[in-house]
Structures are given as structure tokens and as C-alpha cells.
Write a protein that binds this ligand. Sequence first.
Ligand code: 9MG
Length: 288
Amino acid sequence: MHAPFHLDGNKVTRIFRCGAHVFELSRPLVMGVLNVTPDSFSDGGRFLDRQIALSHARRMRDDGADLIDIGGESSRPGAKAVDEATELERVIPIVGALARDGIAVAVDTRKPAVMRAAIAAGASMVNDIAALTAPGALEACAPGTTGVCLMHMRGEPATMQDAPIYDNVVKEVRDFLLARAAACEAAGIARERIAIDPGFGFGKTRVHNLTLLRALGDFAATGYPVLVGLSRKKSLGDITGRAIDERLAASVAAALAAVARGASIVRVHDVRETVDALKVWDAIERGA
Ligand code: 9MG
């Protein structure tokens, strides 16, 4: 399969288009997480105040984040659904303010109405843990040039960690993502606007997560940029025995391992540390 390319002199680079932001994938991109929720698993309640949320997002931008992912509904295991009005009220003013700053903003939502409002407010990307499966989601994202991230999730956040079972986790997740990417392209979302994500921790055991991580090359081989979110997740806590706020080293290690296996975008809470680690990794890779 072929990826979208950008020709710059005799240099050929893959690109990921997110609205006005066209990212060259010659180096890994960092997406900073901003949860404006009372109950997200790692930073729930910290950024409900709008000014604190904006300061934190701008700090992540200054620390080197390429994109900021804003979510108004927690997707942690067991999380309760949020109504549309609440989600709109939490995220749209922040999306608008950061987009006006020229920041590439992703909106983390499953709701087509939130997608439409966020895109109208200047969002450059829609990050959907349900891979645009909600009725109207494809139609909400198709017009224009907004980027999309299609994530795999088995079940729903409320119950997804209740003993998930796969015959072949890599094949099932990859097949699902390729089918969703094909649905996007059929709906008019160009290939250069699509990223895929195996959905670590979303209806997967620790072994499923590790199997997917080891097989990330199979996802990268599809030609779609692969986005990976492992930052502070339970699997890292299980491996290290560390509490959520003590998983920085584990998260940076996981981000590096993902990039080394072909991830193009890492979704992280600790932007500055991840950017530094990736700069070192990149310099070693380039030998310069
Ligand atoms: C919203 N969200 C939480 N975890 C995530 C992950 O691993 N990937 C993506 N795309 N979104 C996530």
C-alpha cells in the first residue's frame, strides 16, 4: 500500500495533513494530552478551569508538542458517558482559543456534533476512539481537510476491560483499522488525512498490548501513520509497579519503543521529557 508523499527537491517525505497543518513524517510527532474532564484516569479534574487548561496547552506547545489533543469525555476503563451539551461546553472554547494561537488542535470525541463544532472552531484533527463508527461521524469529518485518527476499541469504556478475548489480536485490530480507513476514503477523506491507532488499553489485556506493540511494524506497513497512546497507562503500572503519577520513565520508554517500531505520532502527557528523548533517538538514527 502507498502512503501520501511530499516531494521537496529530490527528498521524498510522507505527510499527514491536518487542516492547515501539513506534517512531514520525517521525524516522530508528539501529541500532548489535555483532558478537560473531572474523571480522566491520569489528570482528571486538573484542567477543568479554562485558564489553567489554556496555560497547560501552551506550555506543551512551548515544550515541543506538534499537536494538542483536547478531550471533554473520559475514556478510562469504567468511565461514564457525558452528554453532548457538557462536552461541547468543556471543549469548544478551548479548541477555539488554541486554534487562534495557531496551534494544531485535535479534538478527542466520539460525537459527530462535537466533531462538527470543533472543526468549525478551528480543530485540525478529530481523534476518535470509536474510529468514526457513530452515525454521522464520517459525514462530520469528510468536508475540508481535517485529519482523523481511527482507534481500535473492543467494547465500550464502561466494560471494555472485562476479560477481552481475541483469536489473533494483531490481525483482528489491523483488519478493523484497514476497514475503517477504507470507509473513510469511500466517504471522501483522503488517505493523507488518516492515521490509525491500535488502541492500547482499550479492551486489551497486558499481553494483548505487548503483542500489539511488538507487531507495530505490521501497522506501519499499511502506509497510514500510526498513532500510539501508552502514556501513564495501566499496562505500564503493571510492569513497573508504579502509581499513575510515577510512570514518567515507563511512559518515555514506551514512546521510544513505539517509535522504534514504526509509530509516527505518540500521544503523551509528559511532552518535554518525551520530546527530549525523541531528539536523542532521532540524532542516533540520523548519526548527526
Ligand atoms: C483519548 N485517548 C486515550 N487513549 C488514547 C489512545 O491510546 N489513542 C488515541 N488515539 N486516543 C486516546
